[in-house]
Design a protein around this ligand. Structure first.
Ligand SMILES: Nc1ncnc2c1ncn2[C@@H]1O[C@H](COP(=O)(O)OP(=O)(O)OP(=O)(O)O)[C@@H](O)[C@H]1O
Length: 322
């Protein structure tokens, strides 16, 4: 189990993390989300032991996690950290990089393990290619295989799929998390991609300006976001006065609605004016103006600019959010 207790940290004098506390059970997959600069990478580095905290303590089971001031070689033995810059040796091959820290005593065992890792990251054809000749996305996949090589107990991933195209990203993500589950490897993934969060993280930690504002079940946080900041980390969101939907609604209270929760219905009483339609693949995102606010609605078709539309939201959704 990972235990983080009252951790605070500042670079020089600028506070970055404030009184962070949480625990993570073994085998869990956690998403770490928050606006750019909120302190996600810093927290991962602290957990790995790359930075000395100003206050607080961290434990992996009953082993205290110490920073570089107390550890000659920074970084915890039973963890691996995949940073946003991948630390690879560019003049060596993909297979050599992945096997760099594996024992040479049993070459066959080592080769088998390297092959298994190449398969997970779908890089078998590149085993003998020098890293310097790979694309950014391919390097990221090699870096991922390298951190898995020695079977860490805790894997800390910082935007692990950031450079990888959508086509590969989906299968890579499925392979990786299936592997982690099978091997009971705990993971914390700092990410801006909602697919990383919703499909693979059973729990999510939300950071805002260096503080944890919520930690809990991913689906619950998504379905009932406590505030606009949290909801916006999952994509576009509309914040509308609840009095628009409930005749006895408090005029100061608002309700958060994702674009797919708003429906366009010519008979609805609430009227908005279309500004623009954005093609999004299987739907259009309609930007419209409603009571002087910009709102976003998912719709199967594009609509005419300046067209008047009616907006409907199901009673169940309003009831669940109010
Ligand atoms: N080495 C450093 N020295 C001084 N300030 C730093 C250093 N590294 C990060 N910071 C600052 O600390 C804050 C948190 O940075 P951090 O990289 O942890 O954020 P993040 O949430 O991971 O951001 P992103 O999502 O953009 O990767 C930022 O304001 C950043 O500018």
């Amino acid at each position: 189990m990972l235990t983080v207790q009252n951790v605070s940290f500042a670079y020089d004098t600028v506070p970055v993390l404030k009184d962070i506390s949480f625990t993570i059970e073994k085998g869990q997959h956690i998403a770490l989300i928050g606006a750019s600069g909120c302190g996600k990478s810093t927290l991962l580095k602290i957990i790995y032991g790359l930075l000395d905290v100003d206050q607080g303590t961290l434990f992996w089971d009953d082993q205290k996690i110490l920073g570089p001031a107390y550890n000659l070689v920074p970084g915890q033995e039973n963890m691996k950290y995949l940073s946003q810059g991948f630390e690879l040796q560019s003049y060596r091959t993909v297979a050599e990089n992945i096997g760099q820290f594996l024992s040479n005593f049993e070459p066959e065992l080592k080769a088998g393990r390297v092959n298994e890792l190449l398969e997970i990251v779908e890089m078998i054809p590149f085993a003998d290619t020098k890293v310097e000749n790979l694309s950014g996305g391919q390097k990221q996949r090699v870096a991922l295989a390298k951190v898995l090589a020695k079977r860490p107990e805790l894997l800390l991933l910082d935007e692990p799929f950031g450079n990888i195209d959508n086509f590969r990203r989906s299968s890579l993500r499925r392979n990786l998390f299936a592997y982690l589950k099978r091997n009971k490897i705990t993971s914390i993934t700092a990410t801006h991609d909602k697919t990383d969060i919703l499909s693979f993280a059973e729990e999510t930690i939300v950071i805002h300006k260096g503080e944890i504002i919520i930690k809990g079940n991913t689906h619950t946080i998504y379905k009932n976001p406590e505030n606009y900041y949290i909801a916006s980390l999952f994509g576009e969101v509309n914040e509308l006065p609840i009095s628009n939907f409930l005749s006895d609604g408090d005029s100061d209270k608002t309700v958060l609605l994702y674009p797919h929760e708003l429906q366009i219905d010519a008979h609805a009483n609430l009227k908005a004016t279309v500004k623009k339609s954005y093609f999004n693949g299987n739907h259009f995102l309609i930007e419209a103006v409603f009571n002087n606010r910009v709102i976003f609605i998912e719709h199967p078709n594009a609509l005419q600019d300046s067209e008047e539309i009616g907006i409907h939201v199901s009673k169940e959704i309003i009831a669940s959010r109010s």
